[in-house]
Design a protein around this ligand. Structure first.
Ligand SMILES: Cc1cc2nc3c(=O)[nH]c(=O)nc-3n(C[C@H](O)[C@H](O)[C@H](O)COP(=O)(O)OP(=O)(O)OC[C@H]3O[C@@H](n4cnc5c(N)ncnc54)[C@H](O)[C@@H]3O)c2cc1C
Length: 373
């Protein structure tokens, strides 16, 4: 069976890797010209039942734990006036260690034969191929055929449109900045952020900072707005945070200009499609959720579950796809609902009070991450 995977993000790469471990080859088509052509963003905490589960299935658990940082679980919550209200330091279990996205992606890329990933290979169209398969057209004019096609092509998925008319809708905006080498260049900000992440929560807007293993701090200013907020640079970000404590806005002052404006989009919870015998979706292509710590984890779990079905049923790809999609929807439903609630919590008029209450309640399940990468 010829398997094509569109997208070399975490979902596509982990799917290819798990299949490879079981002797099943797949071709990954990635539009980026090379692995480091663009920044992959900040750090991720991988959860035992999803992200870490997939890395075990990929035979990469040991390498993952060697790269991960349990101290990265430290997090602090500040008020806009600069008061530290919550300070969590990782416990001895380190159940959700942080890993730099670049390190994780490099680990997956390095675990595949070089020929498995086609870089600079943007898929621009997919058409019905022979015997129920697919023909892919690439931007450089080349074509290729496959029997089983997997869309791991992220939030703006091209392949999603083959299965459903539903498109992602706008939710919120953020400006992304970074402070390189923070320990040397801004030791006071290095102490403020600590080893993990900092969230400062205001009315319908927040400021977050997250440390990477290299000492780079990613700073993100996120706002709820009816339409996209596209600040031209740091000074416009600072205007929006003018009544915040200078101890916090110092993070924006210290960051490299220009700030990169980005938008958060989501697919509606419960988005489904009629199962197709030779095409399915994984990761953000299948369920684009607010960035509250689940997207990458679930993308990895999708890959592990789809791979398990294909490995167990090599002669029945249609059945493998149908079973994967049924399991995936049952798993994602509650996570989509929790993520939507958490997104409202961190970006609302009462975000600070709600989050402090959330983190100071005894014996509760913690939210899994902040929108800082
Ligand atoms: C600000 C922010 C913070 C986040 N924080 C967290 C977090 O803390 N924890 C967490 O679990 N998740 C987090 N997420 C979510 C997480 O980043 C995504 O869910 C995850 O990266 C999805 O992986 P993916 O492989 O499905 O898609 P992607 O990582 O988007 O990969 C898709 C790949 O497909 C390629 N591609 C797209 N179209 C084509 C095409 N036509 N042809 C060829 N290649 C193509 C792209 O170039 C890309 O490499 C966050 C997201 C945001 C925006």
């Amino acid at each position: 069976m010829r398997i094509a995977i569109v997208g070399a993000g975490l979902a596509g790469l982990s799917l290819a890797r798990i299949l490879h471990v079981h002797g099943i080859g797949a071709c990954v088509y990635e539009r980026d010209p090379s692995p480091h052509a663009r920044s992959q963003g900040g750090t991720l905490d991988l959860h035992p039942e999803s992200g870490q589960y997939a890395l075990v299935a990929a035979g990469l658990a040991e390498q993952f734990y060697a790269l991960a940082r349990s101290e990265g679980e430290e997090h602090k919550i500040f008020s806009p006036s600069g008061d530290l209200l919550v300070h969590r330091v990782p416990d001895a279990t380190g159940r959700r260690p942080e890993i730099d996205r670049t390190d994780l992606r490099d680990l997956l890329i390095g675990s595949l034969p070089a020929a498995a990933i086609h870089w600079g290979a943007q898929v621009v169209a997919v058409e019905d191929g022979a015997a129920g398969g697919w023909q892919l057209s690439l931007a450089d004019g080349t074509r290729s055929e496959c029997d089983l096609l997997v869309g791991a092509d992220g939030g703006s998925s091209l392949l999603r449109a083959r299965l459903t008319d539903v498109a992602p809708s706008y939710l919120s905006s953020y400006a992304q900045m970074s402070i390189p080498d923070v320990d040397r260049t801004h030791p006071e900000l290095a102490r403020l952020v600590g080893h993990g992440s900092l969230w400062a929560l205001g009315h319908n807007q927040n400021l977050t900072a997250q440390r990477e293993s290299s000492g780079l701090v990613r700073v993100s200013a996120m706002v709820r707005s009816t339409g996209p907020w596209r600040p031209a640079g740091r000074s416009e970000v600072l205007q929006r945070y003018a009544d915040w404590s200078p101890s916090l806005t110092a993070l924006v002052q210290a960051a490299d200009d220009p700030a990169v404006a980005r938008e958060i989009r989501v697919t509606p919870p419960g988005m489904g499609w009629s199962s197709h015998p030779s095409l399915t979706l994984v990761g953000d292509a299948a369920h684009l959720m607010p960035p509250v710590g689940e997207g990458a984890n679930q993308a990895l779990r999708d890959a592990a579950d789809l791979a398990a079905e294909v490995i167990a049923n090599p002669d029945d790809p249609a059945g493998a796809i149908a079973r994967y999609e049924t399991q995936m929807r049952a798993r994602i439903g509650p996570i989509e609902r929790d993520s939507a609630k958490m997104e409202k919590l961190i970006l609302s008029a009462t975000a600070l009070v709600d989050m402090v209450r959330f983190f100071t309640r005894p014996a509760i399940r913690e939210p899994s991450g902040a929108a800082t990468s």
